[in-house]
Write a protein that binds this ligand. Structure first.
Ligand code: NAD
Length: 503
């Protein structure tokens, strides 16, 4: 039987919790390490049947007018509004993020539905002036086909929604392959929202496949019925998925790892910076792709800032605990593996001469709780660990010469990922330098706010090993459509482009 809490949450949404399957996929509550459900997985054959159904749905959905598809997404958003609280509680129970952050995650799903609904009446192409008399050129956008959406554990529902809301208004079915660490939230989301499409005769456009990476997920990745594979997760996963899709000349939208830095210069408001650093580095227990992992601080303000940050962390250490309690600001890591990686990183930090200013230990209680950690890296020495993404709340602090902003930007840019970045400064010149072409090489560059907590209105994603994909706002919708350039000749002649004469 699934746990009482899981049963109650499903019931609160008007759903029945999935029955336990002997030998099924074990779902753990990271706040106590107990198994809360054992769910069935799809085998390859079942997964392929879902792909076929999605493809058949595409052939119908592509002919539904965009604003009508928008209306479906509006209803999906309404349904999420009605069930926001229990869905957030499930995110907390299964993934372990604090309830306030889980509510924010479901709100993000609602926001992207609103955004996509609006888009459904405004998606459009440009017209271009033709060089030929009596000719007109324009471009139009058509649905691209079924989208395979692979998601990570840390945003177990929002990332799907970023993709799905846009894909649906663009006319594309979505086959969702969630993380095997968070299948329950995916099952609940699917059970809650799929009927909205089913009532309109498009139920097969929303599919959920829960299955192992090699036997099932990889077969999906290889399937040409997915012209677009949108995959969110580690760089290691992207390095496997990207080349497979490329080999069949499909398109990918990759949202991979980050190793994000905040630069604090000598003019910065240090109180503001310290608060943003604490939230960016310790929020979601350091398990956001946009988590602040490196702090680069000007020598002249370094002591004062580090004092403030360490002070904030000492207060945080009192607020680690059950993510269901809104008084707690830091919940557990996702599982024992994640905790072991944190422990291994701490051992390596000490071996490499890093100074642990605060944290650096596991809490002695059930569940996977670790203390958010600040590390001063030795000056004038390389510190390779700082350039890797350890998916845990570890913040490295490095000082830079007070007038050497370019040096700090170079350190920021030296990592393989290029997701999010921020500078705290009161200097217009420093801010302009930071986001100039010679500045941050990341997909996100903020001034006087932290690296995490993006809004859905902007295009979200990063460069280099982060994968180059863009999701969510701005014109990210273009990834989910195919572009067609059209020229029409309204004259009686047949002039050729470039003045070519062929008579
Ligand atoms: P992960 O790479 O372990 O898994 C991500 C997803 O990929 C899961 O659904 C997994 O089952 C699937 N997967 C793994 N190998 C696969 C394969 N060979 N074929 C097909 N699918 C495969 O990542 P995780 O631990 O769930 O999440 C943490 C990572 O995700 C971090 O690196 C984090 O930075 C990144 N992330 C990035 C973003 C972003 O928007 N850039 C957002 C969230 C998380």
């Amino acid at each position: 039987m699934p746990s009482q809490e899981v049963k109650e949450i499903f019931e609160a949404m008007g759903l029945v919790a999935p029955t336990d399957v002997e030998g099924g996929l074990a779902v753990e509550d990271p706040s106590c390490g107990e198994i809360i459900a054992r769910v069935a997985q799809d085998d390859r054959e079942a997964a392929m049947a879902k792909v076929a159904a999605a493809h058949a749905a595409f052939l119908r959905l592509r002919e539904v007018p965009g604003p009508v598809r928008g209306e479906l997404v509006r209803r999906i958003g309404e349904r999420l509004r009605q069930h926001k609280e229990p869905l957030a509680r499930l995110v907390t129970a299964e993934m372990g993020k604090g309830i306030a952050e889980a509510l924010g995650e479901v709100q993000e799903m609602i926001d992207i539905c609103d955004f996509a609904t609006g888009l459904s009446r405004s998606l459009g192409g440009r017209t271009m002036l033709s060089e030929r008399p009596g000719h007109r050129m324009f471009e139009q956008w058509h649905p691209v086909g079924s989208v395979l959406c692979i998601t990570a554990f840390n945003f177990p529902v929002a990332v799907w929604a970023w993709n799905a809301a846009l894909a649906f208004v663009c006319g594309d079915p979505v086959v969702w392959k969630p993380s095997l660490k968070t299948p329950l939230t995916a099952m609940a989301t699917h059970a809650l929202l799929q009927p909205v499409l089913a009532e309109a005769g498009h139920g097969d456009a929303m599919q959920l496949v829960i299955g192992p990476d090699v036997e099932v997920a990889q077969a999906l990745v290889d399937d040409p019925r997915f012209p677009l594979v949108s995959a969110t997760g580690s760089c290691a996963m992207g390095r496997k998925v990207g080349p497979r899709v490329a080999a069949r000349l499909g398109r990918t939208l990759l949202e991979l790892g980050g190793n994000n830095a905040i630069i604090v210069d000598a003019t910065a408001d240090l109180d503001l910076a310290a608060r943003a650093i604490a939230f960016g580095a310790a929020g979601t227990a350091g398990q956001r792709c946009t988590t602040t992992r490196r702090l680069l601080v000007a020598e002249s303000v370094a002591d004062a800032l580090v004092r403030k940050v360490v002070g904030a962390y000492q207060q945080l250490a009192e607020r680690i605990g059950d993510p269901r309690d809104p008084a707690n600001l830091v919940g557990p890591l996702i599982d024992a593996d994640a905790r072991d990686q944190y422990v291994a990183a701490i051992e390596r930090i000490e071996a490499d001469g890093g100074e642990i200013l605060v944290g650096g230990r596991v809490l002695d209680r059930s569940g996977y709780y670790v203390v958010p950690t600040v590390v001063a890296v030795p000056e004038g020495k390389e510190f390779p660990l700082m350039d890797q993404e350890t998916f845990a709340p570890i913040l490295y602090v490095r000082r830079f010469g007070t007038d050497d902003l370019d040096g700090a930007i170079a350190v920021q840019n030296q990592v393989e990922q290029g997701l999010s970045s921020a500078i705290f400064t009161d200097s217009v010149r420093a801010a302009e330098r930071f986001w100039s072409p010679a500045g941050s090489d990341c997909g996100i560059a903020n001034v006087n706010l932290g690296t995490s907590g993006a809004e859905i209105g902007g295009a979200f994603g990063g460069e280099k090993a982060t994968g180059g994909g863009r999701e969510s706002g701005s014109d990210a919708w273009k990834a989910y459509m195919r572009r067609q350039t059209c020229t029409v000749n309204g004259s009686n002649a047949l002039p050729l482009a470039q003045g070519i004469r062929w008579e």
